[in-house]
Design a protein around this ligand. Structure first.
Ligand SMILES: [Zn+2]
Length: 319
């Protein structure tokens, strides 16, 4: 038996079942939330998280990996409450979600010191609890792999080597961050089977994605519903072509849904929905629209579904 740490304690990895690898039960700036807590409605956030996770549960989801790291308002108390009230397992991460900025605290400490912080979350517990993180998270975006971003990636790699847990890296295909991100992890000695490059599905450039797959990493087709990056039909065409080329064992599918997010004023969120920048963005879209479309296209049957939604998440997360 192989054990993974959920926010409710250790679980047998063979019990994870249908898994969404990339969803956020809440996403907010922890500094703003700490300074102006009255700008946030905790009950509304909880209600939104419960509604989203329960809807996923109705589609058969048993486990959610929540890659909310530092700067995304990671809160394992909140995650545990959602897991307790829904009965869906949630796995928390450790790491830093930054496109460049680092607090002086980490800018003035070295890579190994940063890794020590991640290892403490993985081995001892997060935020003063005994809830242990299950994976590592870092990010590269429009600014590319900056010095700070590289430092975070190397710290994740070293924490992974010390603990055996995998790494998920937010990427931005539009500026081709993926290859350099993979290169850094491999330089540090991480097993490619423990690397997941998120958001590759924002690209319809199959050869770019295949270039990553050839290194042996997992790639995330994990932003279904975010039309502003790529519409759902183009995402499906890319997924279908990757499946036709035999990559089922390295693909994961998810939505990067945030049950609540503070990035925009609420009226902007309504504008985004009305303008079509998002389409049925939720924790259920892939079951309601994507899986049926891929079945229709003849690239998904029950075995492929099992590979992508059960076996791949389990193989990636199992230390
Ligand atoms: Zn995300």
């Amino acid at each position: 038996m192989s054990t993974v740490n959920t926010v409710q304690g250790p679980a047998d990895s063979s019990d994870l079942g249908v898994t969404l690898v990339h969803e956020h039960v809440r996403f907010r700036d922890e500094a703003v939330a700490a300074e102006w807590p009255d700008r946030y409605d905790e009950q509304a956030e909880l209600d939104a998280a419960l509604e989203a996770v329960n809807a996923a549960k109705e589609r058969g989801v048993r486990t959610i990996f929540d890659p909310t790291a530092m700067f995304g308002g990671r809160d394992v108390h909140f995650m545990k409450r959602v897991a307790d009230e829904t009965g869906v397992r949630i796995l928390a991460c450790t790491g830093i979600y930054s496109y460049d900025h680092l607090p002086h605290y980490f800018a003035n400490r070295d890579i190994d010191a940063m890794a020590d912080h991640f290892v403490a979350d993985l081995e001892r517990g997060v935020q003063g609890t005994d809830i242990r993180a299950a994976f590592l998270k870092c990010a590269a975006d429009a600014a590319g792999v900056t010095e700070h971003v590289e430092k975070i990636h190397r710290a994740c790699a070293r924490a992974s080597l010390r603990t055996g847990v995998p790494i998920m890296a937010h990427s931005m295909p539009a500026v081709s961050t993926g290859p350099r991100q993979v290169e850094i992890f491999l330089e540090e000695g991480v097993d490619p089977a423990q690397i997941q490059i998120a958001h590759c599905g924002d690209s319809e450039d199959v050869s770019y994605i295949e270039g990553l797959l050839e290194k042996g990493v997992y790639v995330g087709l994990d932003r279904y519903g975010l039309q502003m990056y790529l519409p759902i039909d183009k995402r499906n065409e890319t997924a279908a072509e990757l499946l036709r080329r035999g990559h089922a064992e390295r693909l994961v599918i998810s939505q990067d849904f945030c049950a609540s997010i503070d990035w925009f004023p609420s009226e902007t969120v309504e504008v985004l929905q009305a303008s079509g920048a998002v389409h049925n963005w939720s924790m259920t879209l892939v079951f309601d629209e994507v899986v049926p479309a891929l079945r229709e296209m003849g690239v998904m049957d029950d075995d492929v579904f099992q590979t992508i939604f059960v076996d791949n998440p389990r193989r990636w997360i199992t230390p």
